[in-house]
Design a protein around this ligand. Structure first.
Ligand code: ANZ
Ligand code: ZN
Length: 900
């Protein structure tokens, strides 16, 4: 016996892997034609400078899955790279007075060395970095491909301007209260010319394919539903309301609104416009009071009910032109400017139906407190159930007498009929609206891929010709040294001044750079062919796509994943991905399976008196199970929370792994929680894993001494008589116990395989491995040859999780064989042996719902069912000694027991 030094095992095997220049790398496995390819990808990291436990978790999961597929014989692709453009590097540059590339590169070096000690099998030969000109040259090509197809365009847009970071933000980067996600500044609205990608062109396909991603849980349900909401498809109608001007104002002749409920048209009591509606702008010119109102709007909470009644215009319900329409609906309608009407949705105008819409109801109550509310729908046909008076009735239902000729009809049918009728008079048409907006990709920032466009006064915007790519970021050292804010590209004259590629006249380069989501919308495809100088990737290399299993955090549920899906669909329509025909290009999806892992929370100690988070030196951990506040001697409150500096609960993964070893850390990480759940990081709990590995190592060392060429299990059991001995009880139970270990092993192979395939259940893989190891330890009298084969199976089953430890055990069991990842395969359950069916089973005995005993009885004949099976079981229980003494003669009424 000797204690295994788990920390030095990591180093030992990493060295062996490095020497064979494989890094234990799965892809080196001999590839034969017809070999299954598996592309496994964890979301690539932003090089912030330090690897945290969240990284460790996602990269462990990815590596475990990759190694599992390698052992199963797949040709695996597991690449790694860096999402290296973006604001933090630029901010760091301003703080330090040095260019952002230096900061980024040194962070990459540091994080790479941290990643390198994770016993991972990433293929560094495919490493890519998005701020590298070799990469962003192709991001620029992607832009030009989109531009050529009309999918990249420039438009004047009201944008979110962050006055602190001095940049335009995407809607997604502004929180619900109008603050920047990064700087926390109050975001302002400004009108600027911006570049957009026309993602809206793909909205129908982006929505439709969510159904196929939802199948068999390929993507998590919550990600699917978030994307569905983000796309936000609404079907309804656009309805025209003619306008009347009171007095001499010149105004449009009609106003259009989008509604999902045309059936409520008889119940319209007002119209409301968004503050940026063109009609409002026309009126504000002559109405200072309106202008003053508009000035008060920015910054109001989203649920505000403020409104301004436009004094000089009124609207007319299009149904008013029908003679049978009730008088109430024929009356002209007041028109408001209301803050709850969104300027960038639908038509920027709504028809207000206080009787049947919650927001309209609240608005009407606020502004017309004593006006009656018209209910045009009711819950049931016979009107026996009346709707509540003070609440809107928002469901579908039946039309009331206020709905003229439609009275009594179901609202769905009536709505369709009204639209068809109004369509004839060109007063309405069916319409579909999307919540999804085009993707604003311009950033007025330095640290991104420059937009490859040249602006010429005579030719307009001209694409940079292919041979002039990449458009390199210029050196602007002075900008950093002086800590200037704003876009450094604008103040780099040598960059801006250029020649028009078309007319050779003087021209200006575009000074915007691309959103970093553009880089990550296609990087997974570049991994297929990362060094290709001419193309994003060659069509041949592109056959490695799509990604089979993509792993990352739920924070990317919408944007990154939606943008990547859009860009992949686009690429599938180009010659780069010939595997997709024109017909199915738009159904192409980049990530077949998506695994979202939970967060890692750290242990925090809180002083119950002050409620403050305690620093490590403020906690007395003499008795780890009873942590005390040093100053007061009182017990601390312990909680697990998101790791952060202020909570003093961060854990440095490198420190941790050098203390306990990498493999134990990986196993601990998987064991503590299912993949999708929050992982509460508790250092002390790693002892369970360490003990398990030690125990297994002891077994392997001992078994390595027994001859390697023992009889294979099949032959061994055949020799012992391949079917269970009949009748003789003693022989039967001997058979059972001799076969138990092998049987348990086969069962565990099955459940462990299931755990690896499911991925979300990787924690059960570790617990199964622990159980099986215990079984091996306990069954010390089983045949040594069988025990050795069991140990062999355990080592192969665990190799994806603890690669260095498995290599060590493998080398003990098979001294001259070479790496476990190259010389063996993942165990397959052997179900062919008869003893896989235990002869005896355990049977729980309940009486009146209470568990009274567990007894071991023979396995019942497989043809028994129902009452016959029950009678057989009761007899068998009463034949056992325990059964007889507990439930036999006189103790219970066995006849009634039979009936229950
Ligand atoms: C009248 C009505 C009556 C409505 C009713 C609903 C219920 P979704 O489902 O999100 O597409 N709407 C239309 N444009 C709007 C805008 N720019 N700002 C705020 N609200 C707007 O919502 C569609 C509904 O939201 C539309 O249907 C409209 O109100 C409102 F009993 O029209 B509805
Ligand atoms: Zn020109």
């Amino acid at each position: 016996w000797y204690a295994v030094d788990l920390v030095s095992l990591d180093k030992k095997w990493r060295q062996v892997w490095d020497q064979n220049s494989t890094n234990g790398e799965p892809h080196a496995a001999a590839s034969s034609d017809g070999q299954k390819h598996s592309y496994i990808l964890p979301m690539f990291p932003y090089p912030s400078g330090t690897l945290h436990l969240g990284h460790l978790r996602v990269y462990t999961i990815a590596d475990v899955i990759a190694r599992y597929h390698t052992l199963k014989g797949d040709k695996v692709l597991l690449p790694m790279g860096w999402d290296a453009f973006g604001l933090p590097a630029e901010n760091a540059a301003l703080e330090r007075g040095v260019p952002p590339d230096g900061w980024t590169k040194s962070n990459i070096t540091k994080m790479k060395s941290q990643l390198d000690v994770m016993n991972g099998s990433w293929d560094w030969s495919r490493e890519l970095t998005t701020c590298d000109p070799d990469f962003y040259k192709h991001t620029q090509k992607l832009f030009l491909l989109l531009h050529e197809r009309g999918l990249a365009y420039q438009a004047e847009a009201e944008v979110n301007y962050d006055p602190v970071d001095k940049t335009v933000l995407a809607n997604e980067q502004v929180d619900a209260n109008g603050f920047s996600w990064r700087s926390g500044a109050k975001v302002e609205k400004r009108k600027l010319k911006q570049w957009f990608f026309r993602i809206s062109e793909f909205s129908e396909e982006l929505l439709k394919e969510l159904d196929s991603l939802a199948k068999d849980g390929a993507w998590p349900e919550h990600v699917i539903s978030q994307q569905r909401n983000w796309l936000g498809k609404s079907t309804g109608a656009v309805v025209k309301f003619p306008l009347m001007a009171l007095g001499r104002i010149k105004i449009d002749t009609a106003l259009e609104v989008f509604t999902t409920r045309p059936d409520t048209l008889f119940g319209v009591q007002y119209l409301a416009l968004a503050s940026n509606h063109p009609v409002v702008a026309q009126l504000a010119k002559h109405d200072p009071e309106l202008q003053a109102f508009l000035d008060t709007l920015p910054g109001l909470p989203p649920d505000s009910k403020v409104g301004y009644l436009l004094p000089h215009i009124r609207g007319i319900n299009p149904l008013a032109f029908h003679e049978k329409t009730p008088d109430a609906t024929k009356e002209s309608l007041p028109i408001y400017v209301a803050s709850y009407v969104l300027g960038d949705y639908g038509e920027g105008a709504v028809m207000g139906v206080p009787g049947h819409d919650t927001r309209d109801h609240a608005f009407w109550r606020e502004h017309n407190i004593d006006q009656p509310i018209r209910m045009v729908l009711t819950a049931s046909e016979d009107e026996s159930t009346t709707v509540l008076e003070n609440e809107p009735y928002v469901e579908h239902g039946y039309m009331t007498e206020h709905s003229g000729i439609y009275e009594g009809k179901h609202s769905k049918e009536a709505g369709d009929m009204m639209i068809r009728m109004l369509e004839g008079a060109e007063l309405a048409k069916p319409g579909t609206k999307w919540r999804l907006r085009d993707w604003l990709i311009s950033r007025q920032r330095y640290w991104g891929a420059p937009i490859p466009i040249i602006h010429c006064d005579s030719c307009g915007p001209v694409p940079v010709p292919d041979e002039q790519l990449p458009v390199l970021l210029p050196k602007v050292d002075n900008h950093w040294a002086q800590g200037k804010a704003g876009n450094a590209l604008e103040s780099a004259p040598d960059f801006v001044k250029t020649e028009c590629p078309k007319c050779s006249g003087p021209a200006r380069r575009d000074t915007d750079t691309m959103d970093t989501f553009v880089d990550s919308s296609w990087y997974y495809a570049r991994f297929a062919d990362p060094q290709n100088p001419n193309q994003l990737f060659s069509p041949e290399a592109g056959k490695a796509l799509p990604v089979d299993i993509y792993i990352g955090g739920v924070e990317h549920a919408i944007l990154h994943l939606l943008y990547a899906r859009f860009i992949f669909k686009f690429l599938a329509t180009t010659p780069l991905l010939p595997q997709y025909s024109q017909a199915d290009a738009l159904s192409a999806e980049p990530f077949k399976r998506l695994i979202t892992q939970g967060m890692v929370h750290g242990k925090t100690y809180i002083d119950p008196k002050s409620g403050k988070f305690l620093k490590p030196d403020e906690v007395d951990l003499t008795d780890p199970s009873n942590p005390l506040v040093v100053t007061t001697g009182e017990p601390t409150t312990v909680a697990f929370e998101k790791m952060s500096k202020s909570k003093h609960n961060g854990v440095d993964p490198t420190e941790f792994t050098s203390k306990y070893g990498v493999d134990p850390t990986r196993a601990h990480m998987l064991f503590q929680a299912p993949v999708a759940d929050v992982l509460n990081w508790d250092e002390s709990k790693i002892s369970g894993v360490t003990r398990w590995l030690q125990k297994l190592h002891d077994q392997v060392v001992a078994l390595a001494k027994s001859p390697e060429e023992s009889l294979p299990a099949k032959e061994y059991f055949a020799k012992r008589g391949s079917s269970p001995p009949s009748n003789d009880k003693e022989k039967l139970s001997k058979w059972d116990s001799e076969t138990a270990l092998w049987r348990e092993t086969q069962n565990k192979i099955e459940s462990i395989t299931r755990g690896y395939d499911k991925i979300y259940a990787l924690n059960t893989v570790v617990s199964d491995l622990m159980t099986l190891t215990n079984e091996l330890v306990q069954q010390k009298h089983a045949d040594q040859g069988i025990r050795r084969q069991v140990a062999d199976a355990i080592v192969r089953l665990m190799a994806p999780i603890t690669p260095a430890f498995a290599e060590e055990c493998w080398s003990l069991l098979h001294p001259s064989s070479g790496s476990i990842f190259k010389t063996t395969s993942f165990p397959v359950q052997d179900g062919s042996l008869p003893m896989l069916q235990a002869v005896h089973i355990k049977c729980a005995v309940q009486i009146n719902g209470k568990l009274r005993a567990t007894v071991t009885i023979p396995r019942p004949p497989s043809d028994l069912q129902g009452d016959a099976l029950r009678d057989w079981l009761v007899d068998a229980i009463l034949e056992t000694e325990e059964g007889r003494s507990r439930f036999g003669e006189g103790k219970y009424n066995v006849r009634s027991a039979r009936r229950t």
